[in-house]
Design a protein around this ligand. Structure first.
Ligand SMILES: Cc1cc2nc3c(=O)[nH]c(=O)nc-3n(C[C@H](O)[C@H](O)[C@H](O)COP(=O)(O)OP(=O)(O)OC[C@H]3O[C@@H](n4cnc5c(N)ncnc54)[C@H](O)[C@@H]3O)c2cc1C
Length: 341
């Protein structure tokens, strides 16, 4: 299954690899030391790690290069209102993400213990606070009775909500720092959080303009060289509107001037991981495909049944974009009319 592969590392998540959401804190523009230590404690060889942080307006921060290299994605909750995010906001943002992971991890501390305890309670889990060692995704250790006894917890509950004790996984210095900005392909805006109570994780819907930054888009329509006229672009835009999809592009479509560079998906553009990636007239070059492997479902519309993307797709429709797309749009409109969406 495509969705079981980390697009960056190619690790198969099924093969005993832990899917981890690391809830990090940004302090003075840097990932704080407890978050960095927690990262090193995870044993990155056997885990796929996404970092979740909240940022205010300026989407930039720094973290050790070795941490950045080991992350699959950085999920950013944008703080809608400047000021500290409350534990309530943070825990409800994390709850929305937690079901995708085996472990939800934060560095132990007053705020994170509160956040994780709240989050665990809402998910009906027992919070495991102050873990000292992660042996595997079901086996964790912590020190009890004033650090005199090492206890082992075994649990198959998913996700486990844990904090990691300070001082565990201490790193020799922070290493080289990497500055991360919004344009980094790993960065995804997934939520707006803040005291105004906007903490719910919602997929942002596209507007079919091709100017979306894809952040949080559940459906992305990728337009390749098969969308080779203003007329077929219009068809793709109409379909995007009906689906509430964001519009993306291959390099051919950007170079031809049909869509802006901000819509480029691929090695030179953005990596995306929507629920559905619908590729219209995209051949599936490695420069493009590597950036869409995070999609849960890939659907391809292509005239060529031998195109590489067909082999990567969960579903394919063999035929001309200009014939298939209007039919899809009409079917969806019909569906909407009958089901009242
Ligand atoms: C260093 C480097 C970086 C690159 N970075 C990127 C990048 O970030 N993103 C990117 O996309 N590319 C990138 N490329 C370019 C990449 O190698 C491919 O050339 C490009 O992805 C091909 O785009 P395409 O699939 O739209 O076009 P094509 O490869 O030309 O494929 C068009 C497809 O559409 C089908 N088709 C044609 N007409 C129709 C129709 N009417 N109906 C249905 N199907 C039709 C064809 O059968 C074909 O499969 C990069 C290349 C290099 C060298």
């Amino acid at each position: 299954m495509l969705q079981a592969v980390c697009p960056r590392h190619g690790k198969k998540v099924d093969d005993g690899v832990m899917k981890v959401l690391l809830v990090g804190r940004i302090d003075n523009g840097q990932l704080d030391q407890t978050s960095v230590q927690s990262f090193y404690q995870l044993g990155q060889e056997s885990s796929v790690v996404d970092l979740f942080i909240t940022l205010e307006s300026d989407w930039s921060f720094s973290l050790p290069q070795s941490v950045l290299d080991g992350l699959c994605s950085v999920l950013v909750g944008e703080v809608a209102e400047v000021g500290a995010v409350s534990p309530e906001d943070l825990s409800s943002a994390i709850e929305g993400l937690a079901k995708e992971y085996d472990l939800v991890v934060a560095g132990k501390g007053h705020l994170m213990d509160q956040v994780m305890a709240r989050c665990a309670a809402s998910l009906g889990r027992e919070p495991l606070l102050g873990i000292t060692k992660i042996i595997d995704k079901n086996t964790l250790q912590y020190q009890a009775y004033n650090n005199t006894i090492l206890k082992t917890v075994y649990s198959e509950a998913v996700p486990k909500i844990i904090t990691i004790a300070p001082g565990v996984g201490v790193v020799d210095g922070a290493g080289d720092l990497a500055d991360v900005r919004a344009e980094n392909p790993k960065i995804k805006l997934i939520a707006r959080t803040g005291r105004a109570g906007l903490a719910t994780i919602k997929a942002s819907h596209g507007n079919g303009s091709g100017d979306d930054n894809f952040a949080g888009a559940q459906i992305i329509i990728g337009c390749g060289a098969g969308v080779d006229s203003t007329a077929s672009l219009g068809l793709a835009k109409e379909l995007a509107k009906v689906l509430g999809a964001a519009l993306g592009a291959s390099k051919m479509t950007v170079d031809a001037g049909y869509l802006p560079a901000s819509a480029l998906i691929g090695q030179s553009g953005k990596a995306v991981s929507p629920k559905v990636y619908l590729a219209l007239g995209v051949s599936g070059s490695m420069h493009h495909l590597g950036a869409v492997q995070g999609a849960d479902i890939i659907i391809a519309v292509n005239m060529d049944s031998e195109a590489p993307i067909i082999k990567m797709s969960d579903y394919s429709l063999i035929g001309d974009v200009s014939e298939i797309v209007p039919k899809l749009t009409a079917l969806l409109k019909d569906w909407d009319n009958h089901h009242g969406y």
